[in-house]
Design a protein around this ligand. Structure first.
Ligand code: SAM
Length: 390
């Protein structure tokens, strides 16, 4: 979309077209395009139908606000989920920020949360059409500057503003996690953390060597999905590594602990949340649960007494079998297991392939958890337990 079309899209002239597009049962269909083209140009018709489609998809991230916001496909995909953006705004405010400069704001999901959290917002966006949409989304709650943040950041940040950046993670070849492909550049945005309160959002797979010394990092899970690694100055103790669960806000600090102890499989087995594993807080969780891992480097924890935790999925171990395909096939047959879930860590096996080879059939269901142990590879028959072992 070009900037002129974006300006039309957010203007009063497009309200009727947007409403008509929103009423189409399938905005992607030929019938919808034909209907809209009776009153608007093909470009305008395509733009409002795309908005209708994106607004429906955006409900997952933005709830009912999605119906009022403007998106591009890329910007929606990269936009921060509203629970996560709200959490970030609260943390920046708690760290003393009153004004935030959003370096590369996209359609403004984070900027909107900053404004809703009572922060003054100046947002910079390189792409002219996206900047128009961001300005419309923010309305009177923030100011959007269209331009290159690398050139503008110095002036905008003068006077004690906090910084936020969420560098674009795409290249023309598609999705990328390579730090070298981020825009604005990684060294530039992380450099902005020095001497001011701020947060840089990155992909959860961010390599450790891309985290500057002394910078705090949080790995954030939202409803079980690991959604980001965020680098902080001011809001967390320097150099700390923390797992954060949202929307609950539960936090677990890695605390500079080493690896968890290793020991035999006990009555319970825990599968830690990905944020716990990525942040290195698994040893903290092992302390909390009085648990050990089945082998060094294997991110399962096991113990004999049950303790409820939001940081892991808990299972009761019902049976311990050797990891032997014939033994497992026989077990599956004898128990009439048709619905078989297989989880695996530290053993080179494709769960989907193994499931087929075990020939599940019958009314029963079971979960097998495969792990190396000091006594050899094991297949554990497990049952999920909730907040109490029941
Ligand atoms: C990942 S998106 C931001 C998403 C936003 N945080 C949200 O949740 O809606 C990154 C944005 O940075 C913009 N960008 C990239 N390089 C830039 C630069 N040098 N100056 C300003 N904006 C830039 C891209 O156009 C893109 O819209």
């Amino acid at each position: 979309m070009d900037a002129d079309l974006a300006r039309w899209l957010v203007s009063a002239d497009a309200v009727e077209a947007l409403a008509e597009a929103a009423g189409q049962p399938d905005p992607g269909s030929m019938a919808a395009a034909t209907a809209l083209r009776r009153s608007w140009t093909p470009g305008q018709a395509a733009a409002v139908l795309t908005q209708a489609d994106l607004r429906r998809r955006a409900v997952v991230k933005f709830g009912e606000a999605a119906g009022r916001l403007f998106f591009t496909r890329d910007a929606l995909e990269q936009a921060t989920r509203s629970d996560v953006a709200r959490w970030r705004a609260e943390r920046l405010r708690d760290a003393g920020a009153t004004r935030v400069v959003d370096i590369g704001c996209g359609i403004g999901a984070d900027a909107l949360a900053f404004a809703a959290g009572g922060l003054e917002v100046v947002a910079v966006e390189f792409d002219p059409a996206t900047a128009v949409l961001a300005a419309a989304n923010l309305g009177g709650d923030g100011h959007v500057v269209c331009g290159d943040a690398v050139e503008l950041a110095g002036d905008l940040l003068a006077g004690g503003a906090a910084v936020f950046a969420d560098p674009a993670r795409r290249t023309s070849s598609g999705r990328t996690w390579r730090v070298a492909d981020l825009a604005p550049p990684w060294d530039f945005v992380t450099g902005l953390l020095t001497g001011r309160v701020g947060c840089i959002k990155a992909a959860p797979g961010l390599p450790s060597n891309a985290i500057p010394d002394g910078v705090a990092t949080t790995w954030v899970s939202h409803r079980g999905d690991l959604v980001e690694a965020s680098l902080w100055s001011g809001a967390w103790s320097p150099g700390s590594r923390t797992a954060v669960l949202l929307p609950s806000g539960d936090e677990l600090d890695a605390g500079g602990r080493g690896a968890p102890p290793v020991g035999p499989i006990g009555r319970y087995l825990y599968e830690p949340d990905s944020a716990v594993i990525r942040s290195g807080a698994i040893a903290t969780l092992a302390d909390v649960l009085a648990a050990r891992c089945p082998q060094a480097g294997i991110a399962y924890l096991s113990c004999d007494g049950f303790r409820a935790t939001p940081f892991a999925t808990a299972f009761e171990v019902q049976q311990e079998l050797p990891f032997d395909e014939r033994v497992l096939r026989r077990w599956v047959q004898e128990h009439g297991v048709g619905a078989l879930e297989i989880k695996v860590r530290g053993i080179d096996v494709d769960p989907a392939v193994l499931r087929r080879r075990l020939k599940p059939a019958g009314q029963g269901s079971a979960t097998l958890l495969l792990t190396p142990t000091a006594a050899g590879a094991r297949a554990l028959v497990v049952r999920r337990v909730g907040s109490s072992p029941g």
